[in-house]
Design a protein around this ligand. Structure first.
Ligand code: NI
Length: 213
């Protein structure tokens, strides 16, 4: 495993996400990387691909750059470091399939892709998921909740991106669905715990909203 390249990529990520405060930041990338490694240790897989795909998965996120499926930033970085072309393609294929796109979401073909997708999804739920969701909603000027606006089920990619709901609705539109979308058994176990924590949070939130003690 190319530890030097991995460490350099961690440093590069720090620079790429320098001015990003919406919850899609360097720390998100680092958590996905660490969680992906935890899952990968239990699976027969190419650890180096898992690590690099995890570190690079948001280098070209629409919230960060304008480059989309071409994955300019990630590709440029791997090329600059003389990474093997067929392995660059493998990583690009993973990054292009893992993101959440409402009902258009895909399952990655390789175990390495499944692991990174699980790690990215795990970071969207639990205590960190709650914190990130409110941070992101705040950055978009969204209400915490609006009891008069019901959430929308079964959105496609475009509807999902354009949707400008409130943050509590986002739990029902995305976060509470993620538990059943995990690929690996390790991620399923972790997700179970984090899902339960979010349910408790919502219960408490509504009680406080309605003025109960
Ligand atoms: Ni991500």
């Amino acid at each position: 495993m190319n530890e030097i390249l991995i460490n350099k990529t961690i440093e590069k990520a720090q620079k790429i996400f320098e001015n990003e405060f919406s919850g899609h930041d360097f720390w998100h990338t680092l958590r996905v990387y660490n969680t992906a490694k935890t899952i990968a240790k239990k699976e027969k897989c190419d650890m180096e691909i898992v690590c690099l795909a995890a570190l690079l998965h948001d280098f070209d996120d629409v919230k960060i750059t304008n480059s989309t499926t071409e994955l300019e930033n990630a590709t440029k970085w791997l090329n600059e470091n003389n990474y093997a072309p067929e392995r660059i393609n493998w990583i690009k294929e993973i990054i292009n399939t893992i993101s959440f796109k409402g009902i258009d979401t895909k399952v990655p073909k390789t175990i390495e892709g499944k692991i990174v997708q699980d790690a990215d999804r795990l970071d969207a739920i639990g205590a960190i998921g709650i914190a990130r969701t409110f941070a992101y909603g705040g950055s978009k000027g969204r209400e915490l909740w609006n009891p008069n606006k019901h959430y929308i089920d079964g959105m496609n990619e475009e509807e999902y991106r354009k949707n400008n709901g409130n943050t509590i609705n986002h739990f029902y539109e995305k976060l509470l669905k993620l538990k059943d979308m995990m690929n690996t058994n390790t991620a399923k176990e972790i997700a179970e715990h984090r899902h339960h924590y979010m349910e408790m949070f919502l219960e408490e939130f509504y009680e406080e909203w309605n003025g109960k003690k």
